[in-house]
Design a protein. Structure first.
Length: 111
């Protein structure tokens, strides 16, 4: 069973279905979706996996993936994590996270 929830430190992020339980047979593919809203063009999208009684572990940033079975697609308002050939070891809680860089303007007045 794969649970998907969303969280973030940004404007707005969420799963299109809220907390979702997905049950698949081993060997099938699984797609987890996350939507977001932001006015920033400078964003980072992350996926994490958490096994019971363990801390979350980083899976990928956008499309930078170590495990070839995992891939990611991203649009202007959503991101998906696709797990190819799901295995029993993929049973976990998955998080998507959005980090937005907000620039600030500093003004220094001279006399």
């Amino acid at each position: 069973m794969i649970n998907c929830v969303s969280g973030g430190f940004a404007d707005r992020i969420g799963s299109s279905e809220g907390v979702t339980k997905i049950i698949r047979e081993e060997g099938e593919s699984v797609t987890l979706s996350c939507t977001y809203e932001t006015n920033s063009n400078d964003i980072w999208l992350y996926w994490y996996r958490q096994y019971p009684n363990r801390e979350p572990e980083y899976i990928l940033y956008k499309g930078n993936i170590a495990d070839k079975r995992f891939r990611s697609t991203t649009s202007q308002s959503s991101t998906e994590l696709i797990i190819e050939k799901a295995a029993l070891s993929d049973s976990a809680l998955y998080y998507c996270a959005l980090r937005v860089a907000h620039s600030s303007l500093s003004v220094i007045l001279y006399r």
